[in-house]
Design a protein around this ligand. Structure first.
Ligand code: PLP
Length: 386
């Protein structure tokens, strides 16, 4: 039995999505900018994809820019907002210590170009303080960018409150909703954001497709210039088949929103409770709530997550680790570090992320495998704290 518990990294494309992508690739290969029938057919597939993505997040189709990935969408939001507002004297950007690299590295690059960056810390439960954002935002703030849910620990951030603060000072509000769009209800109006990023491969769509919601009236400088596709905001001939796949995946994800989050929360809680109770000194990283329903992040005492990952992979269970190997040494994740976790606790952390393929059987199998592998590794490890 092979069990995939790494849905926050990516998800399998749904069979209907694969069928549609294949069909469009074969039959509707025209250039969507062409005036002739080939082009118009491609344009109508593109329009449908855009509408489906827009419906998923409560936006108008005209407010959705289709692009190549969540990373590209984050870049367009942040660089586009920074560049568009710099001339008006707004050269300050606010972000948090737990963002994905797509945001972190982009902010760092803008910092090197002379933008002032304020990075808001998080508390021990991984939640950004609204008061800290209020203190950070000034009349020269161009953009506040705070992720909707964290990819490692799953905590949901207080976007509604933070967006209200940004709005009050005339700054734009961006949220990276890559871990929430298509997984829990996401509505751009209810959140009050100007810019929102999503990525198709996180909700059973194809890789190579993402989108940026740009509220009507918001000005962004394009990061890709050229043939002025996507109303000049993202040039490049559109990969119509891939976008069609994203559109269908969005529609199917939306239909599943009625039941899937509740189903996953029960399974996630079953896994979390069994591991916390079954392996001494195991702790959860991040708040239990508010949190997305599919994610838990646990630290096991006296175990390095890389060894656990490999041991579990041999048992057919795929998870991911909160640490990454950099120049031959294990580096704890920036998210766990920002939460103040000790080095050892961060190095022992593992992320379990559930999805459409996760069944009760799979969870019970995973529980047994984790207990077996952790117990074996703990037996080998020198004794020590977390
Ligand atoms: N933002 C978050 C929170 C993510 O989890 C990811 C991917 O893991 C990204 C952005 C990047 O998205 P993509 O893989 O589509 O570039």
């Amino acid at each position: 039995m092979r069990i995939y518990l790494d849905h926050n990294a990516t998800t399998a494309p749904r069979p209907e999505v694969i069928d549609l992508v294949t069909r469009v690739l074969r039959d509707t290969w025209g250039n969507a900018s062409s005036v002739h029938a080939y082009g118009q057919q491609a344009k109508s597939v593109l329009d449908e994809a855009r509408s489906r993505v827009a419906t998923l997040i409560g936006a108008d189709p005209a407010e959705v820019v289709l692009c190549g990935s969540g990373t590209e969408s984050d870049n367009l939001a942040i660089r586009g907002a920074a560049d568009a507002q710099a001339d008006a004297g707004r050269r300050h950007l606010v972000t948090t210590a737990i963002e994905h690299e797509a945001v972190r590295a982009t902010m760092a690059a803008l910092g090197r170009r002379g933008f002032r960056i304020t990075t808001i810390p998080v508390d021990a439960s991984g939640i950004v303080s609204v008061d800290a954002v209020r203190e950070a935002v000034t009349p020269d703030t161009a953009l506040v960018s705070v992720m909707h849910a964290n990819n490692e620990i799953g905590t949901l951030q207080p976007i509604v409150e933070i967006a209200a603060i940004a709005r009050a000072t005339g700054a734009l509000m961006h949220t990276d909703a890559v871990q929430t769009a298509g997984r829990i209800p996401v509505d751009v109006r209810a959140l009050g954001v100007d810019l929102l990023t999503l990525s198709a491969h996180k909700f059973h769509g194809p890789k190579g497709a993402g989108a940026l919601f740009i509220r009507r009236g918001v000005k962004l400088a394009p990061t890709l210039t050229g043939g002025r596709q996507e109303r000049g905001r993202r040039s490049g001939t559109e990969p119509v088949a891939i976008y069609a796949g994203m559109g269908l995946a969005a529609e199917l994800a939306q239909a599943a929103l009625a039941d899937e989050p509740g189903r996953l929360a029960l399974l996630r809680d079953r896994l979390e409770t069994a591991l916390l109770a079954g392996i001494p000194d195991t702790v959860r990283n991040g708040a239990a709530s508010p949190r997305v329903p599919n994610t838990t992040n646990l630290s096991f005492a006296g175990v390095e997550s890389e060894s656990l990952l490999i041991g579990l992979d041999l048992e057919g269970v795929a998870v991911s680790s909160g640490s990454a190997c950099s120049s031959g040494t294990l580096e704890p994740s920036h998210v766990l570090r920002a939460m103040g976790c000790s080095h050892a606790r961060a190095l022992g952390s593992v992320r379990f992320s559930l999805g459409a393929s996760t069944t009760e059987d799979a969870i019970d199998h995973a529980i047994n495998a984790v207990i077996r592998v952790v117990t074996r590794l703990q037996g080998q490890a020198p004794r020590g704290g977390r």
